[in-house]
Design a protein around this ligand. Structure first.
Ligand code: SF4
Ligand code: SF4
Length: 178
């Protein structure tokens, strides 16, 4: 990861020489001006472990397999194939049909609280204090959801993965069984 990390820093510095806007929108969405020219987290992943993207029960619908590769009947995932909904112009799904994780990334919810994926260009370019503030907004929004929904959205990322690829934002989020 350390070599990869340096590669990402060089790659994103060249691709994004100027700071772009990243802001929290009411309704559970991180608006990120880096995404349209990046799409890194929607494309093919370099890990053999599928990245789960749980849906809220209100998002369950027939035909999920047309939009996503699935871990089980109701859980989309991202893997070496990328996301089925990622097209040449980016995500082809309207926001209400996208997994919540798509609207929070590069911040992720885990049992240990909120973490920041460090190889995202927005994560590398914005000061950490901005991410702490955005993390607080995300935590506050997550706390408006039912505890069972928060638990459902929690990603089962291994401690080693978090230590290697993520920055802890020190923002615990109350979960149903925590
Ligand atoms: S890696 Fe970051 S900037 Fe790139 S598409 Fe994902 S969230 Fe957007
Ligand atoms: S649903 Fe859309 S935003 Fe989410 S990973 Fe797939 S292409 Fe990206």
């Amino acid at each position: 990861m350390s070599n990869d990390f340096h590669d990402y820093v060089r790659r994103w510095h060249a691709a994004f020489p100027r700071l772009r806007d990243v802001r929290w929108e009411e309704g559970g969405w991180l608006s990120n001006a880096y995404c349209p020219d990046c799409r890194f987290c929607c494309g093919p992943q370099d890990s053999a472990t599928p990245f789960p993207m749980p849906l809220l029960p209100s998002q369950y619908r027939p035909g999920l397999e047309e939009d996503f590769y699935l871990l089980d009947a109701t859980t989309p995932c991202l893997d070496e194939r990328g996301c089925k909904s990622c097209g040449p112009q980016g995500c082809r799904l309207p926001r209400p049909r996208r997994p919540v994780a798509c609207g929070l990334f590069p911040v992720v919810l885990t049992q240990a609280g909120l973490f920041l994926y460090q190889c995202c260009p927005a994560a590398l370019h914005l000061p950490l204090r901005d991410w702490l503030e955005l993390g607080e907004r995300i935590r506050d929004w997550l706390l408006t959801l039912a505890p069972s929904d928060r638990q459902r959205l929690c990603l089962p990322l291994a401690a080693e993965t978090l230590a290697e690829k993520y920055i802890c934002l020190h923002l615990p989020v109350a979960l149903e069984n925590a």
